[in-house]
Write a protein that binds this ligand. Structure first.
Ligand code: HEC
Ligand code: HEC
Length: 213
């Protein structure tokens, strides 16, 4: 920690966490702490959580707290963001690792969940008509008719995030960069749906997901 603090080259928010970590009493869990922690996320995910396509950073604003918590844990455990081909995941993982004080994951997730979803514009050109069949045959069981997900099945909403990110994650599941760790029960559940998907099927189903907004 002291080394982090004294380095001139480390970004300021990281220094702030370094100093906070030297104090032994954990800060109170909640929105205020979440907002403070989010300062370290904003350089990539944006002040409003809208993400930034130029640096392959997804929109996270308004995702449910339970899902945000599960994914931050997943990065911390190295179930996500560990595979050599998963460059965006490798960039995110160290950020999750900095959330190392009791309640930090919960606080920052509560704050991000409170931000308004941003529904970034579509960028891909799949066939939504063809994708509808696949969606209704497979995805609907967990992500729902409206694409808003299902907490009981741990399936997140998929309507409010970037289409290129949906594609990237479907590819990550298929390649095993996500959802392949034996302890990652929910990731494994999702991965099973992607192993037989072609690039075209992915684009088509995503085009349909965009119409559910
Ligand atoms: C250095 C840039 C960077 C910073 C800083 C950063 N992230 Fe990320 N984040 C990313 C990238 C890139 C991804 C996409 C990773 C992937 O594809 O696996 C991501 C993915 C995520 C996801 C997964 C979203 C989903 O739909 O599954 C969550 C949640 C997340 N970040 C939360 C945070 C939080 C909270 C912070 C601050 C503590 C943070 N990030 C800081 C770059 C960053
Ligand atoms: C059996 C339930 C189930 C089915 C069927 C299913 N999913 Fe999922 N999906 C999940 C779960 C659970 C997760 C979260 C997994 C994790 O923690 O990595 C998930 C995650 C995702 C994600 C990652 C979202 C993000 O923010 O990173 C995408 C994209 C996705 N699903 C799309 C689909 C599509 C498209 C289909 C149909 C081809 C589908 N899913 C079918 C359960 C399911």
């Amino acid at each position: 920690m002291i080394r982090v603090r004294s380095s001139k080259f480390v970004a300021l928010p990281i220094v702030a966490i370094g100093i906070a970590a030297c104090d032994s009493t954990p800060p109170p869990v909640g929105m205020a702490r979440g907002e403070e922690l989010f300062e370290t996320c904003a350089p990539c995910h944006g002040e409003t959580g809208a993400g930034n396509a130029d640096i392959e950073t997804p929109a996270i604003a308004g995702l449910p707290q339970w899902y945000l918590q599960s994914q931050l844990q997943s990065f911390q455990e190295g179930w996500r963001g560990q595979h050599a081909d998963d460059i965006p995941g490798l960039r995110m993982r160290p950020m999750a690792v900095t959330l190392n004080r009791e309640g930090d994951i919960e606080s920052v997730s509560q704050y991000v969940a409170s931000l308004d979803p941003t529904f970034p514009p579509s960028t891909l050109h799949g066939n939504a008509g063809v994708g509808a069949e696949q969606y209704r045959a497979v995805c609907v069981a967990c992500h729902g008719e409206d694409g808003l997900g299902d907490e009981v099945l741990r399936a997140p909403p998929i309507v409010q995030i970037h289409d290129w990110y949906l594609l990237q994650e479907l590819e990550n599941y298929r390649s095993g960069a996500r959802g392949a760790h034996p302890a990652d029960t929910w990731g494994i559940t999702m991965r099973a749906n992607t192993v037989a998907m072609t690039d075209q099927t992915m684009q088509d189903v995503i085009a349909y997901v965009q119409t559910l907004r």
